[in-house]
Design a protein around this ligand. Structure first.
Ligand code: AKG
Length: 354
């Protein structure tokens, strides 16, 4: 079938076409049917990119915890997440925008998703392993919505197999829409599907899929870098909006500012939402209305001064004149939005309204 830029799903059709260009349509099917997928290294990035991520990941581990010993036993029985590493090397900014990874994540949770976590992970030989769980962090409801609210990539810095202590999945569990019970966690620990994939691969899944990891029998370290993204109305787990600099926003494409959520409307104070800023940010992304523009996965033009960090608001301040002006602007905007657009006027004119 011909994929057109249908007005009913404008961002999805553009994303779909770019995923087709990246030869990732089968990965969409795997995500939908099994709840996880593996992107091979040749569809992720060239070997030089991998070398840079590996070097940066090892440096993060060593800076925070000391050198990796030559005997491969430094991390014996340990399984450690290394929090908030994004700002430690610019290669991580590229990894977070990787077209294959970000493209599949956007397929799962929308093209206006934001970054929730960006972490490293190190695990040594022995007992360390991750219990069976899912990443959905809405603990307020018994049953989850059928679609994920957040999604993950794991970039494999080292090879994955059972002996290497790889990530494991319960295929199809994303359809069950609930977390595993303690009994199921024990049951699935050794029955789940082990990821076998070379370093440089990316594993992608939505937050409904049950996963864990196998214990590592080989010596040495298993290293991984993860990006976890969420829908824009959610609270992120790490504070990227608060920590992103003007320079990082300027050197990256527009989509990066959306991922940092610097134009997100909430929270606001006595003065209500900052309309001027929301309008400035409309070219970047919007979580308020489903009107975020589509940013190509391949766009690498620096945003330069088109974007800026979120201002520091005084949440107690209230200026009645500014309030009145804002109300007028909103009224004008709403009047403009309620005018029929050219396409629907044309459909009506030709009697083709559907
Ligand atoms: O690799 C692991 O041990 C588990 C990874 C994981 O749970 C995650 O990235 O959400």
């Amino acid at each position: 079938m011909e994929i057109k830029e249908w007005a009913s799903c404008p961002t999805q059709s553009k994303l779909y076409q770019e995923l087709a260009q990246l030869d990732l349509l089968v990965n969409i099917a795997e995500l939908d049917v099994f709840g996880f997928t593996v992107i091979p290294p040749e569809k992720v990035a060239p070997p030089e990119f991998h070398a840079r991520v590996k070097d940066a990941a090892v440096k993060v581990v060593e800076r925070r915890f000391g050198p990796l010993g030559g005997d491969g036993m430094t991390w014996k029985d340990k399984n450690q997440i290394i929090r908030m590493i994004l700002w430690e090397d610019p290669i991580f900014e590229e990894l977070l925008l990787n077209p294959a990874g970000l493209g599949l994540i956007q397929h799962l949770i929308g093209t206006n998703c934001i970054l929730a976590l960006f972490d490293g992970w190190v695990k040594g030989p022995g007992e360390g392993r991750t219990p069976m769980h899912r990443d959905n962090y809405d603990f307020t409801r018994q049953a989850s919505a059928p679609e994920p609210s957040s999604a993950n990539f794991n970039y494999l810095v080292t090879d994955y197999s059972a002996e290497e202590g790889a990530l494991t999945f319960v295929p199809g569990s994303h359809k069950w829409r609930r977390p595993p019970t303690p009994g199921e966690m024990a049951d699935w620990a050794d029955k789940s599907e082990v990821i076998e994939a070379p370093a440089g691969s990316m594993v992608v899944w939505g937050d409904l899929t049950w996963h864990g990891s196998a214990p590592r029998s080989n010596v040495g370290e298993r290293l991984m870098v993860l990006g976890h993204y969420c829908r824009p109305y959610m609270q992120t787990q790490e504070p990227y909006r608060q920590t992103v600099t003007k320079e990082a926003l300027a050197r990256n494409p527009l989509r990066f500012a959306g991922l940092m959520d610097v134009y997100g409307a909430f929270p606001f104070g006595a003065q209500d939402a900052d309309m001027t800023r929301l309008m400035e940010g409309a070219a970047v992304s919007s979580g308020m209305i489903d009107a975020s523009p589509y940013h190509s996965l391949f766009d690498r033009d620096p945003a330069d001064d088109k974007v800026s960090p979120r201002p520091g608001y005084d949440y107690f301040a209230f200026d009645v004149e500014a309030h009145r002006q804002k109300q007028e602007k909103i009224a004008a905007m709403m009047a403009k939005r309620s005018e029929p657009d050219a396409a629907s006027a044309e459909r009506k004119g030709s009697g083709g309204a559907r």
